[in-house]
Write a protein that binds this ligand. Sequence first.
Ligand code: HEC
Length: 176
Amino acid sequence: PNPDRIAILDNLMYDNGTDPVPEIKAAMLTQFTRRGPDVFANIGSAQEPDNCILQKEQYITFGLKKWSKCERTNTHDIDTYLLADGAPPREIENDEDRTKRLYQGICAGCHAYNMRMIGPPTLAIQALYHKNPEGIANYIADPHKIRPDYPPMPTQSHLSEELRRKVAEYMLEIQK
Ligand code: HEC
């Protein structure tokens, strides 16, 4: 959910932004524009300066202020993105770190903090389950369909009861 070092090189884009989702429409209003952007970067990590775009002026963009101009123009010299020696094993420092990684690695793929992604925003869930981590832990073990305009949420019963509880507490605590 939080990609680093995005590089957008030359792309052909057309017919973009004619029917944007409500969140993008709201962002367009702040820019007095009636055409949606070709490239939209959400606030947060997408603002990190390590992202680049080759020819920003070719597209209508939103939220790319801090993006630099890419140094490379193509990927001809890249055969693989795999690391030559593989990745070193991940060091999990403590329980807190494990919970955070679990949330970032699973839940945040569908739940963004304050906007609709695949699932409802975390902020909305925090309001619904205020002081009730147990409720979240139970729901995610056996999710049932609630919102007609969302897909069903897949079960998280692969997580132990303890981890479900911890990730639920974490979901209620996070602030961005
Ligand atoms: C593959 C996408 C996906 C993943 C991964 C996912 N969710 Fe969800 N989640 C959804 C969707 C979609 C809904 C809305 C379901 C509905 O309303 O029918 C939802 C709804 C919820 C709700 C709201 C239940 C309610 O009563 O309204 C909670 C709480 C929740 N998810 C917690 C989590 C937690 C915690 C994790 C990580 C362990 C997680 N989700 C991972 C897609 C996902």
